[in-house]
Write a protein that binds this ligand. Structure first.
Ligand code: PLP
Length: 399
């Protein structure tokens, strides 16, 4: 089976991890700050806080933006559940903004319409989480302009998008948001096995995320609280304080060393994905498919290559091409297609909160037509040709 995505580990990656195993520190050593520095160097952000997953990083990001009970977080329905769940972790309520049918990202026009209504109802969001789906940047200048007008914070869920660019700058630079979150899960662009990071240009946010990443405990006297009857300056080197309720969201040294090594190949990873994506564009051009479109001012990191099936949606058509049939036949031919994503609002957990099928028509239409084709660094042209041949065969058969 040709997988839809997979990691690319070379000897240098393996050596980097083994070196850490033979060193003094498996956690809380020098590799995590080094990895954070590679993220800063790449993106131009001022601060990076590495975590054990992007899900943890999203949780910390929401907490330091002071999202809590009585607040709203808005995101897109076409994303992994983690983009929405982070709001629930903080006791906030979650709502969704429908997608743009061309880019499949959170639609700035729909956002504006929803903001106008929310303002009238006094239910404006505190945090909006745009997701750069497939690595394709959202229209961030438009979303950022709305954040100034309606006073909300922005967390970019860039789990798919390290190496992508907008307005000539790397995603993560923070020009249009408060915090950007990357994921380093093995299917993403670069990997640390499990891992994530939150990037920001605001020192107070970075300091607070660093504190909360490790139990809310500090050894920095400047961050300590006065304790009655105790002179903090007099305390020994063992002394630390818990000043917040934090978590253990730390990344290990093994993961960070893998990340440092992988980051050296980021450019190569993304340019190879770009090359394969434009090759797909050419090879699939004559098929009845909607191919991925990009905004002019952006460069996708090409985490995913999603095709839209042009289905005859009428139930009475004899040629009715079913997404499920295409999907199953491709898998039978050894093509590890996938579907990203089931709209979050239709998940049972979210339906129990009052969401229903029909709430976000553009997202649901996308979901009924989309299929993710295999795309990863290390995929050969022969493998890609195999995908295209299989797709051709299946589409002709069902038509
Ligand atoms: C993978 C992913 C996450 C979560 O990343 P983890 O590192 O697995 O926690 C969040 N959002 C999106 C859009 C993702 O694809």
């Amino acid at each position: 089976m040709i997988p839809y995505g997979k990691q690319d580990i070379n000897q240098q990656d393996i050596d980097a991890v083994i070196k850490v195993l033979q060193s003094d520190y498996l956690t809380q050593g020098p590799q995590v700050p080094l990895f954070e520095q590679t993220l800063i160097d790449h993106s131009g952000a001022e601060y990076a806080v590495a975590c054990n997953s992007a899900t943890s990083a999203l949780h910390l990001a929401c907490l330091v933006l002071e999202l809590g009970v009585g607040d709203w977080l808005w995101t897109t329905p076409i994303t992994f559940v983690a983009s929405a769940n982070c709001g629930l972790y903080c006791g906030a309520q979650v709502d969704f903004v429908d997608i743009d049918p061309i880019t499949y990202n959170l639609c700035p026009k729909a956002l504006k319409r929803k903001l106008i209504i929310a303002k009238a109802q006094n239910k404006l969001p505190k945090v909006v989480v745009p997701v750069h789906l497939c690595g394709q940047p959202c229209d961030m200048p438009a979303i950022h302009a709305l954040s100034l007008e309606y006073d909300f914070k922005i967390i970019e869920d860039a789990a798919h998008a390290i190496g992508g660019e907008y307005q000539g700058k790397p995603i993560g630079c923070g020009d249009y948001s408060d915090i950007t979150v990357f994921s380093f899960h093995p299917v993403k662009i670069v990997t640390t096995a499990e891992g994530g990071a939150a990037l920001t240009n605001q020192q107070a946010l970075a300091d607070k995320m660093t504190l909360l990443r490790s139990h809310g405990i500090t050894r920095d006297k400047a961050l300590m609280r006065p304790v009655t009857g105790l002179d903090i300056e007099e305390q020994g080197d063992w002394y630390y304080q818990q000043v917040e309720l934090g978590f253990n969201y730390r990344m290990t040294e093994l993961q960070a060393a893998l990340g440092v090594s992988q980051m050296q190949r980021l450019r190569q990873f993304v340019s190879e994905r770009q090359r394969l994506a434009s090759r797909y564009n050419q090879l699939l051009a004559d098929l009845p498919l909607t191919l991925p479109k990009q905004l002019e001012t952006t460069n996708s990191a090409w985490h995913l290559y999603v095709i839209g099936l042009q289905l005859d949606d009428s139930a009475f058509s004899q040629n009715r091409l079913s997404q499920n049939k295409v999907f199953r036949q491709l898998r039978e031919l050894g093509i590890g297609v996938n579907l990203h994503y089931i709209p979050v609002h239709t998940q049972p957990y979210y339906q129990a909160m009052g969401f229903a099928v029909g709430d976000y028509p553009a997202a649901e239409h996308y979901y009924q037509h989309a299929i993710s084709l295999p795309l990863f660094h290390g995929m050969t042209e022969a493998q890609q040709d195999e995908v295209v041949t299989a797709l051709r065969l299946v589409l002709i058969k069902v038509y």
